[in-house]
Write a protein that binds this ligand. Structure first.
Ligand SMILES: *Cc1c(COP(=O)(O)O)cnc(C)c1O
Length: 365
């Protein structure tokens, strides 16, 4: 029997070992840890990678999203439309500003927020839409941007799972007014700790996001906002520069694994993820659906295969959002996904034998 974890960083770390150690030594030898040339170099490189004018390093992805919303002046009394099926951080970014998240249902086949559901959720209080490129597949950005334009709404892309994903040839993060990225270690571009970044083409937003993440300060000891402390530190920036230079190659590798799953998995009880036309996902997660999901997870676990559920409890039913008065049945598609979705192992360096072992195991369920 093989033993295949849900995720392993080992193959990537083996390959980048010398480069990562050099990055550590470069920073350590400099004895300069916050706000320096590593941060500057990574921000410049990542802005170029995302085809945007500005990148602002932050402490994590949640802060990148929250600071972007705050920089737009979004707060108490405002509403932001987000998908009903996403990681909790999307909602937390909204509520930290004092604004209220309003949920729009996803498409059950692509898992991404459906444009059809957005318009009916717009009210007089709506200020922004926050699409999530969930599992690494771009959301339907043409439709979402059109709805935003027609209704004079801002757009913040949650790109935490989609570094480098393409929609009609254009990279995610370059569509909205701003975008937030997470560099949590397990993301496609991961630091060796917590880290994140906001990107934007708008100079006014870039300046405000940077100030808000640096104690609300525009220059030293002069504070124009009651800001946060959320900056990208030099060590993580140095590691991220190494990893960024390998990101495209690693995303290609992920795509190959996903293609093998898509071609190889055939089971009457298992629904494979749908890929929209004209998008290139980066497969942060390979999510299948199965009515006997928990049974399938147990079965795969007995075969030595690690799986995960993204996410077992939809946000409107989370205890921390009891104040939003969500009830079971309010968002049936998000609930259906939370009850049936299962993520298979997909990580850089998975061997052909490991991939085949997963395919065979799933097919024999
Ligand atoms: C990971 C993630 C975040 C938050 O990023 P952190 O760096 O963990 O704060 C936000 N949104 C989505 C969809 C994520 O997957």
């Amino acid at each position: 029997m093989m033993n295949i974890p849900f995720v392993s960083f080992k193959p990537m770390e083996r390959e980048l070992d010398a480069e990562l150690r050099q990055a550590f030594e470069r920073v350590y030898d400099n004895s300069w840890y916050i706000g320096g040339k590593e941060d500057e170099a990574f921000e410049k490189a990542f802005a170029e990678y995302c085809h945007v004018g500005y990148c602002i390093g932050t402490g994590n992805g949640l802060d990148a999203l929250m600071l972007s919303l705050k920089a737009m002046g979004i707060g108490q009394g405002d509403e932001v439309i987000i998908p009903s099926n996403t990681f909790i951080a999307t909602a937390l970014a909204v509520t930290y500003t004092g604004a209220t998240p309003v949920f729009a249902e996803p498409d059950i086949d692509t898992f991404n927020m459906s444009p059809d559901g957005i318009e009916e959720r717009i009210s007089g209080k709506t200020k922004a839409i926050m699409p999530v490129h969930l599992y690494g597949q771009p959301a339907d950005m043409d439709s979402i941007m059109e709805i935003a334009r027609e209704n004079h709404l801002l757009v913040v892309e949650d790109c935490a799972q989609a570094h480098g994903a393409l929609y009609k040839g254009k990279v995610v993060g370059s569509f909205g007014d701003a975008a937030g990225f997470s560099f949590y270690p397990g993301k496609n571009l991961g630091a060796l700790g917590d880290a994140g970044a906001a990107v934007t083409n708008r100079e006014d937003l870039a300046e405000k996001i940077r100030a808000l993440g640096n104690y609300g300060s525009d220059y030293k000891y002069h504070h124009i906002y009651q800001g946060n402390n959320s900056r990208l530190d030099e060590m993580q920036a140095a590691f991220l520069s190494v990893k960024l230079s390998h990101l495209n190659q690693m995303n290609v590798e992920r795509r190959k694994i996903a293609d093998r799953y898509l071609k190889g998995i055939h089971h009457p009880d298992i629904i494979l993820p749908a890929v929209m036309d004209q998008v290139e996902p980066v497969w942060h997660i390979f999510g299948i659906r199965c009515g006997r999901r928990d049974e399938l997870a147990d079965y795969l676990s007995e075969k030595g295969i690690g799986t995960n559920k993204h996410y077992p409890i939809p946000i409107h039913l989370q205890e921390c959002y009891r104040n939003l008065k969500g009830r079971k049945g309010d968002f049936p598609i998000a609930e259906e996904i939370s009850e049936t979705q299962l993520s298979l192992p997909l990580f850089y360096g998975m061997t052909a034998e490991e991939i085949q072992y997963v395919i065979d195991a799933v097919n024999q369920f």
